[in-house]
Design a binder for this molecule. Structure first.
Ligand SMILES: Cc1cc2nc3c(=O)[nH]c(=O)nc-3n(C[C@H](O)[C@H](O)[C@H](O)COP(=O)(O)O)c2cc1C
Length: 193
């Protein structure tokens, strides 16, 4: 069987981002689980804030098409998102909105979301570990985009103290939750291959 390809997307560009660290920990874990992993940065997909008039006059920007095709080249996706005011930060929401507007030839809207497995994670320095953004992101992906979002999810609280100097999760319970989430992602992605 071809290697299972998993895409990892951190939802923050901040220097020292906890979610970028969570994404990096996920990359290591996925490699141990024998997945073929790609880590991207949304900085490489610069997009204007979605505007229907812009789309009508200029079409969907190329970075959105590129991001959609990057997602489409993988069997599963892990997104690590910050929580902003109990919801999804604009960087990530805007990227999802634009990707949802891309339709390649012979495809229906949203096909790229429906045909692969998604897992979600969040890291916050607060005690809830981004649980509210996980609910919001699940709604956007599953209800809005029709994605298959697996039930397990990774909420990392007190993220400012959660990683050691080489980026490993200090608390075995956090490490186990990440591993279990990624295992379930791999299982779901394999079933959809
Ligand atoms: C506008 C804004 C709103 C925020 N709202 C929340 C929130 O609702 N819940 C929370 O746990 N943290 C909140 N935070 C703190 C972020 O979780 C924290 O800045 C985190 O480090 C961002 O993720 P990153 O490290 O991956 O960039 C907020 C931060 C900003 C800038």
């Amino acid at each position: 069987m071809a290697a299972l390809k998993i895409l990892v997307i951190p939802g923050s560009l901040r220097t020292g981002s906890f979610n970028a660290r969570l994404a990096a920990a996920a990359v290591k874990e996925l490699a141990l689980l024998d997945a073929d992993v790609t880590l991207i940065s949304l900085a490489d997909y610069p997009l204007p804030i979605y505007d229907g008039d812009f789309e009508t006059s200029s079409g969907v920007p190329k970075p959105a098409v590129d991001l959609k095709r990057m997602i489409g080249a993988h069997h599963g996706v892990f997104i690590a998102s910050p929580e902003y005011n109990s919801s999804v930060p604009p960087l990530l929401k805007n990227a999802i909105d634009w990707v949802s507007r891309v339709r390649d030839r012979n495809e229906t809207f949203g096909q790229v979301f429906r045909e692969r497995a998604f897992a979600i994670g969040a890291a916050s320095d607060g005690k809830f570990g981004g649980l509210r953004v996980l609910m919001a992101l699940r709604q956007i992906l599953a209800l809005g985009c029709g994605a298959n979002v697996i039930p397990k999810q990774m909420a990392l609280s007190f993220a400012d103290e959660a990683f050691d100097e080489i980026g490993r999760l200090r608390d075995p319970a956090d490490a186990e939750l990440l591993r279990a989430t990624l295992r379930q992602l791999i299982d779901a992605a394999q079933r959809m291959m």
